[in-house]
Design a protein around this ligand. Structure first.
Ligand code: NAP
Ligand code: MG
Length: 345
C-alpha cells in the first residue's frame, strides 16, 4: 500500500534526473508528493511537473512548491501529516532532516520514513599491475567531468608507491589537455554552479596548498565567470581535509600507499562510502577489493561515475546516505508498506 504524503527534496546537480527519480518512484507506488526543487534549479523541475500534468496525472498528486528551504523546509519535514521524505543532497542537510523527522510531533501517527542520499568522497585505487593509461584516463574523467560537481566524483586517487610518479605524471598531462570554457560550446570543463560554490572551492584549494603539493591548477580560470582551473594536489595525507571533506569542485587529491592493501585501507578511511574504483589486473586482488572496499557502488577497471538507471542501482554507505539503491526495482518498495491478510474459509 502507499505510505501517504511525501516531501521530495532534490539537489541542484542532475536537476531533472534526480527530481524525476525521487518524484516518480513515490507516484508510481500510489503516494502524493510535495516537490520542492533546489533554489538554483526551479525551472527545470517546473517543466517536469508541467509535463506530468499534461500527460494526465490528476491534480494534487505532484504539488510543486518552489521556495526558500530555510523558511519552509523544516516546516514540511516537521509537519504531522508528512509521511516520508525523499532527500538527495549534502551530508549536513540530510542529517538535519533525518534528525528533525525522527521527532514525533503532536497529531503524528507514524514514524516518518527518510531516504537520504548524501555526499561522497569517492576515490580510485590503483595497484602496480594496472593498465596505467586506462587508470589515468578514468582518474581524470571521474575527477573533472561536470567540474567535479557530482556525488560520485572521484575526488581522491590512491596510488601504490612503485608506480606513483609514473601515473601521477600521466594524470597531470591528461588534465592539462582539458579545455576550459562554456559547456554549451563543448568544452570539457565549464564554470562551477555559483559564487558560493566558487568561493568555497577556492578556499579548499588554499587549504590543500598547505596540506599537500600543488601539481596543477590551484587558481581561478581566466574566463569571465565562476571558472576554476582543474586542480591536482599530490602527496596528500589520507587524514588531511582535502582527502576527507567533500569539495564538490574540480579538485583531485592524490595519496601514495606502500602497497594495494594499504591503498584500500586509505580508501576506507573516510566517513563517506558512495563510489569507489579499483584498478588492477590481479584477479585475487580484485576479489579482495570487492570484499573490502566499503562503498555502495564499486567499479573495477573503469570510472567511478556514471551509474546507469536500471543497471547500476545507486546509493552509498555510512554518511553517504541510507543506501536506497535508486534506479532499481527494490527502490520503489521504500515508498510502500506491505499489508498481509489471511482469511479462514
Ligand atoms: P544541499 O545544499 O544539501 O541541498 C539539497 C536540497 O535540500 C535542496 O533542494 C535544498 O534547497 C534543500 N534543503 C536545504 N535545507 C533544507 C531544509 N532545512 N529542509 C528541507 N530541504 C532543505 O545540496 P546541493 O548543494 O543542492 O547538492 C549537492 C550535494 O548533493 C552534494 O553533497 C552531493 O554529493 C549531493 N548529491 C548526492 C547524490 C546521491 O545520490 N548520493 C546525488 C546528487 C547530489 P535549497 O536549494 O533551497 O537550499
Ligand atoms: Mg548546497
Amino acid at each position: 500500500m502507499p505510505l501517504g504524503v511525501g516531501f521530495i527534496v532534490p539537489p541542484w546537480n542532475f536537476p531533472l534526473a534526480i527530481c524525476v527519480g525521487l518524484t516518480a518512484s513515490a507516484v508510481v507506488t500510489g503516494n502524493t508528493t510535495l516537490v520542492k526543487p533546489a533554489s538554483l534549479t526551479p525551472v527545470i523541475a517546473y517543466k517536469f511537473v508541467e509535463l506530468a500534468e499534461e500527460a494526465g496525472l490528476p491534480s494534487g498528486v505532484i504539488n510543486f512548491i518552489p521556495g526558500d528551504s530555510s523558511v519552509m523546509g523544516d516546516f514540511i519535514t516537521g509537519h504531522p501529516l508528512t509521511r516520508f521524505i525523499s532527500f538527495t543532497g549534502s551530508k549536513d542537510v540530510g542529517l538535519h532532516i533525518n534528525e528533525l523527522a525522527g521527532k514525533k510531533v503532536k497529531g503524528q501517527k507514524w514514524i516518518k520514513r527518510v531516504n537520504a542520499e548524501m555526499g561522497g568522497k569517492d576515490g580510485i585505487v590503483v595497484d602496480e599491475t594496472a593498465d596505467l593509461d586506462a587508470a589515468a584516463e578514468s582518474i581524470v574523467s571521474s575527477a573533472f567531468s561536470f567540474q567535479g560537481q557530482k556525488c560520485s566524483a572521484g575526488s581522491r586517487a590512491i596510488i601504490v608507491e612503485s608506480i606513483y610518479d609514473k601515473l601521477v605524471e600521466k594524470v597531470v598531462q591528461l588534465t592539462e589537455k582539458l579545455s576550459i570554457g562554456n559547456g554549451e560550446e563543448d568544452y570539457s570543463v565549464g564554470p562551477v554552479i555559483d559564487e558560493k560554490a566558487y568561493n568555497s572551492i577556492l578556499k579548499y584549494i588554499e587549504i590543500g596548498k598547505g596540506e599537500a603539493t600543488l601539481l596543477l591548477g590551484g587558481n581561478p580560470g581566466s574566463n569571465e565567470g565562476f571558472y576554476i582551473n582543474p586542480t591536482i594536489l599530490g602527496d596528500a595525507d589520507s587524514n588531511s581535509r582535502i582527502m576527507q571533506e567533500e569539495i564538490f569542485g574540480p579538485v583531485l587529491a592524490i595519496a601514495k600507499a606502500k602497497d594495494w592493501e594499504e591503498a584500500i585501507e586509505m580508501y576506507n578511511n573516510t566517513d563517506y562510502g558512495l563510489t569507489g574504483g579499483f584498478f588492477s589486473s590481479d584477479n585475487n586482488r580484485i576479489e579482495q577489493a570487492i570484499e573490502r572496499m566499503y562503498c555502495g557502488n564499486l567499479y573495477v577497471n573503469r570510472n567511478c561515475t556514471g551509474a546507469l538507471v536500471g543497471i547500476h542501482p545507486f546509493g552509498g554507505f555510512n554518511l553517504s546516505g541510507t543506501d536506497s539503491k535508486a534506479g532499481s526495482y527494490e527502490y520503489i518498495k521504500l515508498f510502500s508498506q506491505g499489508k498481509l491478510y489471511t482469511q479462514k474459509i
